[in-house]
Write a protein that binds this ligand. Structure first.
Ligand code: SFD
Ligand code: AMP
Length: 670
């Protein structure tokens, strides 16, 4: 029976593996999975069933929707995966999982080589050292072609169609019959007989009146990071603009938490320095164009304020200060009234003209625009609207509102099982698990969360970071392989949902029922004492987070008292969230996105409350504990949510360095 509004058709499907998301990580998983699944079929003696569901259309879904101008993680032959693990650790203030970073470092280049094979143009340097964009036809990276490095880890691409290219390969690999686009997953369902295991997921179509109930033996939850829990700088006429994609709504963290998965480092956030109002990324400007950022009077704050780096680990020794510390030095200028902050594009481009050939200069001037046209077209709109020619007029920089993510320069996410063959032997190993990683870092399947059968990748994997697009793809591939193994190891187990389908339908359609029940009570559809619109609820969440949990309103500051107020207000918001209305499928999507955002925001707040120090100055400050306390807080902060009691348990986990970090430090001055 075809569904109708308020009375959806219920579609039930049973698969071996469900992939939630169609972004970089799930595209990696989709590409990788088929050969392993085919091999598994021989052992199972039946078809291996796979389904990928994405809330949007894969060609342009997720963070890479608009494209990108650089691949930020390519190891190459001048560095090794241990160097990469060091860089990740340094940028995230010393608390990351070396096993995860190292493992990613040794696999990521293969994904980049595949992108090139699929048609992504990668910039190259020729035998004379001249740079060419991807159209020149120089040898492929895998055949010894030399990439144009913007920075030590980043390579330049012509990447407007990056996502399209990666999605095409993923779709071709698993086939369109295994893909459901525009299906929003609302929640995971645990197993009836084992609460610590995942057994399925439910969602709804954002186009048709259909509700989907999937049973699965293993699930990859890779639905991106979380945007729009803080009031954005862009309000009013600018509403909707953000740097990270607004459709990353915390589904990964909230659904994992509700299923009982242990989260890690949810106090971490990313506050990127960006071109003001258009949110244009700065990487190419700092690294490729060698531009500098200054205060209002032209002073370079990274030089002027460098003493501030001595207050925080590694106490001024890092060759490249962590992203949060770069913000910290910038914020001093802003807070003390020496803003605005300028990206000195004029000097940077003039200097490049002194050393490059005329052809390269022309190319770079075009790249100044193409950098944004490829990945953040709104920034070009701002430049055009404000008569900015970067070779003639500098642009303002601004730290943005906070975003939660685990794949870019942030490390919040889910605690996952590490690789099985990395790390020094330790006598702390679990019985039956090879002695190689600290206790609690590996339980057999790479990328599995602490919930059996639930895997994650990309923004979902916490305590690592700096994977970016390429690393997220690689991590999805690794998860695919171990999920197939997990299914094989559990071949006699059949998932059973712990909640009835009727109850699930009732819950998911509650905002629709609320609307239908009360819509005629008032004459103005948005004004009604019986319900709240998702848009208004989102404003409320953003106001709480902005004003009490260290958003832009307070220059990223908070304290224990403000957090207590936030906690009370979030509790009331959660009560009111049950009264959200959905007047159509679009609002139903918005309602459930909000629900995911609220739980993610709560996790963030609880973790900041628990960590009694300011580990990430420049990203947030607990003014009552405005220091880094290496003695007591050089540790992971992890949490588990209980969906029945709605309580969080937050706790410490020991941090262990597996890679020697001293190589990061500057040579001693003589
Ligand atoms: O310039 C549901 N990123 C950059 N990476 C680079 O390699 N180079 C760059 O240049 C980078 N920069 C950059 C980047 C991102 C953005 C937005 C800009 C600039 C402007 C970061 C990468 O893009 C990022 O690390 C990866 O994409 C992360 O991959 P992944 O797979 O973890 O997330 P995703 O790609 O966003 O995909 C999420 C998917 O989930 C879907 N989804 N589906 C079903 N149900 C739900 N409930 C769902 N919720 C979400 C989404 O539709 C999507 O398919 S720069 O700044 O440095
Ligand atoms: P962004 O455009 O800010 O997202 O940065 C892209 C890449 O460049 C990331 O790997 C950043 O860590 C790196 N990056 C950006 N700015 C700087 C900087 N000033 N110094 C060193 N690395 C940077």
């Amino acid at each position: 029976m075809a569904g109708e509004f308020g009375n959806p058709e219920v579609i039930q499907e049973e698969v071996d593996i469900l992939l939630i998301g169609g972004g970089m990580a799930c595209c990696g998983a989709a590409y990788e999975i088929m050969p392993w699944a085919k091999a598994a079929e021989a052992k199972l003696g039946r078809e291996f069933k796979i389904k990928l569901v994405d809330k949007a259309a894969m060609d342009r879904s997720g963070a890479v929707a608009q494209g990108l101008s650089a691949i930020n993680t390519y190891i190459g032959d001048a560095q090794d995966p241990a160097d990469y693990a060091r860089m990740v650790s340094n940028d995230l203030m010393g608390i990351t999982r070396d096993d995860l970073a190292y493992d990613l470092g040794r696999h990521v280049d293969e994904s980049v080589h595949l992108f090139e094979e699929w048609g992504l143009p990668i910039w190259k340097t020729d035998e004379n050292g001249e740079r060419h964009d991807g159209s020149k036809g120089l040898p492929a990276l895998k055949d010894g072609g030399k990439p144009v490095r913007s920075g030590k880890w980043q390579i330049m691409i012509n990447g407007e169609s990056y996502k399209w290219i990666v999605a095409e390969a993923a779709k071709k690999a698993i086939g369109s019959e295994r893909i459901a686009e525009r299906v929003f997953i609302v929640k995971l369902v645990n197993d009836k007989n084992d609460k610590g295991r995942v057994a399925g997921a439910v969602g709804f179509s954002t186009r048709d009146h259909k509700l989907m109930v999937y049973k699965a033996k293993a699930i990859l939850l890779a639905a991106g990071g979380c945007v729009n829990i803080f009031r954005p700088r862009s309000v009013g006429e600018g509403t909707g603009r953000a740097w990270y994609p607004v459709w990353n709504s915390g589904s990964t963290y909230s659904m994992a938490a509700e299923a009982g998965a242990e989260l890690t480092m949810m106090e971490n956030r990313f506050v990127p320095a960006r071109f003001k109002d258009g949110y244009g990324p700065v990487g190419a400007w700092f690294l490729l164009f060698k531009s500098q950022a200054t205060n209002a009077t032209g002073e370079v704050y990274m030089v002027k304020n460098k003493e501030l780096l001595n207050d925080y680990p590694p106490y001024g020794q890092a060759a490249v200060p962590a992203s949060c510390l770069r913000n910290h030095l910038m914020l001093k200028e802003m807070k003390e009234g020496r803003g605005p902050i300028w990206m000195d594009t004029v000097t940077a481009l003039a200097k490049l003209k002194e050393t490059l050939s005329p052809r390269e200069v022309k190319h770079l001037e075009a790249e100044a625009w193409e950098d944004f046209l490829d990945m953040c077209v709104g920034q070009c709109g701002i430049w055009v609207g404000e008569n900015v020619e970067p070779e003639k007029k500098n642009s303002e920089l601004m730290p943005t509102e906070p975003y939660l993510l685990g794949s870019h320069s942030g490390c919040c996410g889910i605690w996952t099982s590490g690789p099985t063959d990395v790390g020094a032997p330790t006598d702390e190993a679990l019985p039956g698990v090879p002695a190689h990683l600290p206790k609690g870092w590996n339980w057999g399947y790479r990328g599995m969360t602490t919930v059996k059968g639930l895997f994650t990748a990309g923004d979902g994997v916490g305590a690592s970071g700096h994977k970016f697009s390429s690393g997220s793809h690689a991590e999805g591939r690794m998860a695919a392989k171990s999920m197939v193994q997990y299914v094989l190891d559990n071949k006699d187990w059949t998932p059973e949902l712990d909640t009835s389908v009727d109850e699930l339908v009732e819950e998911i359609y509650r905002p629709v029922r609320t609307f239908l029940q009360f819509k005629d009570y008032s004459t103005a559809i948005d004004v009604n004492p019986n319900y709240i619109t998702p848009k208004m609820l989102q404003f409320r969440l953003q106001k709480i987070m902005d004003e009490y949990v260290a958003g832009v309103a307070t220059y990223y500051t908070t304290n224990e008292h403000m957090l207590k107020v936030a906690s009370e207000k979030l509790d009331m918001l959660k009560e009111d969230a049950l009264k959200m209305r959905a007047k159509d499928l679009h609002e139903l999507l918005r309602a459930w996105e909000n629900y995911h955002r609220i739980l993610t925001a709560e996790a963030h707040m609880k973790h900041i409350q628990f960590r009694e120090e300011s580990r990430y100055p420049g990203f947030y400050y607990r003014m009552d504990k405005n220091f880094v306390d290496e003695e007591n807080w050089h540790c992971f902060v992890n949490s588990i949510y209980d969906k029945n009691t709605k309580q969080w348990t937050v706790f410490k986990r020991a941090h262990v360095d597996l890679v020697d970090k001293s190589k990061l430090f500057k040579p001693a001055a003589h």
